[in-house]
Design a protein around this ligand. Structure first.
Ligand SMILES: Cc1ncc(COP(=O)(O)O)c(C=O)c1O
Length: 455
C-alpha cells in the first residue's frame, strides 16, 4: 500500500490524476461488460470528480481505506455509515470468526438472534419486540405492512426527499425535480423510477418536513385514512437536515390524536446519534422503528422494532414477514458485537467528538474565507453544504439552492487531499469509533485548504 499521508498529501496536495487510478479504470471497463451500468446499486457513483470512472476500493483498516492502485484515504463515506466501528474492526472480526468456524447459515432459529433481539430491546426505547431482515429497504416494507395491517388503512404519509429504500412501496418523491414537486402545501407523489405502478404512489401522500401547519392540513384532508407516518428523524438523505424544535413532538401528537402509527426510519440514525437512536436523543418515541447500517457494523442485517400491540400481528403471522437469511448467525454475531460496543458510553462519545471537531473546523474555515455554508447534523453524521446565505436547511426544497459548482470543487479538493466523503450534497459525512485525533486533524487542515481553494 502506498502511504499517501507520509508524503504530506494534505500539506502539499497533488491532484489525483488518471495515471494514479489505472486499476480502477481497467476494472470499470471490465465491469461495464458484465454488471449493468458497471455498478451494483443505482446510488453508486460512476465517476470520481474529474476522473470519468469510479474508484475501486480493496481494503480498509480503522478509518483508512485503500483504492485498487494503493492510494490511501481517510474515509467519511464509511459504507454509508455502516462501518461505525471502523473498517476491519477487531471487535467484529473476533465475533464473526467464531461463527465462520461453526457454520454461518442454517435457515433455522439460532441463539445469536435471540441475544441480539434482547440487546436491541434493552437499548431502543420503542423496542418491545423485534424482527430481523437483511437490508434497510426490506424492514421499511415490513414496517409499512405491519402499520397497514394493524390500522386496516392503506395511506402512508412520507416527507418529501426522505429516502426509505429503493423498493416500490415507498420509492416516492425521493428526489423530485423542481418542476415535478408541485405546491409546497400539497406536494405531488412522484414515482422514483419507471416501473412503479401508479396504484402504489396513489397510496403515498407527501408532505414537506418541518412544516407542522402543512402536516396538520394534509392529515385533515385525509382524516381517518392514514395508516402511518414515516420519517427520517434526522434527514440523512437531505444533507442531514435536523428536525426543528417541536416538530417530532408534533408528529407524535398528531399520530396519537388521530390514531396513526408513527414510524421512525432509523436506518442511519440508529446506534449512531445515541445508543437508542434518534428516539432516545429527542425523547420522542415512535410506535415502530427500523434499523440497519449502524446495527451491522458493515454486515448486511436490519431490524424492525416496535410496540407489542403492533408487532403481535407479526408474531401471530397475521402480518407476514419472511426471508431466508433473516437473523443468520454470522450477521447477528457481527451486529451483537457492534451494538454491545455502542452501548458503552465512550463509543458514541468518541464518534461524536470526531464529528464535532470536523464541523467546528468547517465553520471556522467558512467564516475565515467568508464562504456561506450550512454545517448541519448531529455528532457523527453531518454535511457541509454551500448555499447562498449559510442558513441551515429545513426541508428538501432548500437543496435546490445549493451552489453545485462550489460543492463539487470543495469535494474535488478534499479527494485530491485523500479525504473520501460522499460526493452528493444531499448525503452525509460519517465518523466512526476508529477515527483518531490525527485523522481529524488532517481532515480539518484539508477542509481549511479546500475552503481556501474555492473562496
Ligand atoms: C434512511 C434510509 N432508509 C432506508 C434505506 C434503505 O436501506 P438499504 O439500502 O439497506 O436497503 C437507506 C439507505 O441508504 C436510508 O438511508
Amino acid at each position: 500500500m502506498k502511504d499517501s499521508f507520509s508524503q504530506s498529501a494534505v500539506n502539499c496536495p497533488r491532484p489525483i490524476l488518471a495515471e494514479d487510478t489505472n486499476q480502477s479504470r481497467e476494472l470499470f471497463q471490465r465491469a461495464k461488460c458484465a454488471l449493468a451500468g458497471g455498478i451494483s446499486s443505482s446510488a453508486r457513483a460512476t465517476t470520481a470528480g474529474r476522473i470519468s470512472y469510479p474508484l475501486y476500493f480493496t481494503s480498509g483498516r480503522g478509518a483508512r481505506v485503500w483504492d485498487a492502485d494503493g492510494t490511501e484515504f481517510i474515509d467519511y463515506l464509511l459504507g454509508y455509515g455502516s462501518a461505525i466501528l471502523g473498517h476491519s474492526s477487531p471487535i467484529i472480526k473476533n465475533a464473526v470468526t467464531t461463527h465462520l468456524d461453526c457454520g454461518t447459515m442454517f435457515g433455522t432459529c439460532n441463539p445469536v438472534e435471540v441475544e441480539l433481539a434482547e440487546q436491541i430491546c434493552r437499548m431502543v426505547p420503542c423496542a418491545e419486540l423485534v424482527r430481523f431482515s437483511n437490508s434497510g429497504s426490506e424492514v421499511v416494507c415490513a414496517a409499512v405492512r405491519a402499520a397497514r395491517g394493524y390500522m386496516g388503512r392503506s395511506l402512508v404519509l412520507k416527507f418529501e426527499g426522505h429516502y426509505h429504500g429503493w423498493i416500490d412501496v415507498l420509492a416516492v418523491s425521493n428526489r423530485p425535480g423542481v418542476e415535478e414537486c408541485g405546491p409546497l402545501e400539497h406536494p405531488n407523489s412522484c414515482p422514483h423510477s419507471r416501473g412503479i405502478p401508479k396504484g402504489l404512489t396513489d397510496d403515498v401522500i407527501v408532505c414537506p418536513f418541518n412544516h407542522p401547519k402543512i402536516l396538520t392540513d394534509i392529515l385533515d384532508r385525509h382524516d381517518g385514512k392514514v395508516a402511518c407516518i414515516i420519517a427520517e428523524p434526522i434527514v440523512a438523505n437531505n444533507a442531514c437536515i435536523q428536525p426543528l424544535p417541536g416538530f417530532l413532538e408534533h408528529l407524535r401528537t398528531e399520530c396519537d390524536r388521530r390514531d396513526i402509527v408513527l414510524v421512525f426510519d432509523e436506518i442511519v440514525t440508529g446506534f449512531r446519534v445515541a445508543p437508542g437512536g434518534a428516539q432516545e436523543l429527542f425523547s420522542v418515541i415512535p410506535d415502530l422503528a427500523v434499523f440497519s447500517k449502524g446495527l451491522g457494523g458493515g454486515f448486511p442485517i436490519s431490524a424492525l422494532a416496535g410496540r407489542r400491540k403492533i408487532m403481535d400481528l407479526v408474531a401471530a403471522n397475521a402480518v407476514k414477514h419472511g426471508g431466508t437469511y433473516n437473523g443468520n448467525p454470522l450477521c447477528a454475531a457481527a451486529a451483537l458485537a457492534t451494538i454491545r460496543h455502542i452501548a458503552e458510553p465512550q463509543t458514541i462519545a468518541k464518534i461524536r467528538q470526531s464529528g464535532e471537531a470536523i464541523t467546528s473546523a468547517a465553520r471556522k474555515a467558512s467564516e475565515e474565507f467568508r464562504i456561506p455554508c450550512a454545517v448541519q447534523g448531529e455528532g457523527g453524521m453531518f454535511q457541509i453544504v454551500f448555499n447562498e446565505d449559510g442558513r441551515p436547511m429545513t426541508h428538501y426544497r432548500d437543496l435546490f439552492r445549493v451552489n453545485a459548482p462550489r460543492q463539487a470543487a470543495f469535494w474535488q479538493s478534499l479527494l485530491d487531499q485523500r479525504i473520501l466523503c460522499n460526493s452528493s450534497s444531499s448525503a452525509c459525512w460519517f465518523t466512526s469509533a476508529a477515527h483518531t485525533e490525527e485523522d481529524v486533524e488532517i481532515t480539518s487542515r484539508a477542509i481549511h485548504h479546500a475552503m481556501k481553494s474555492i473562496a
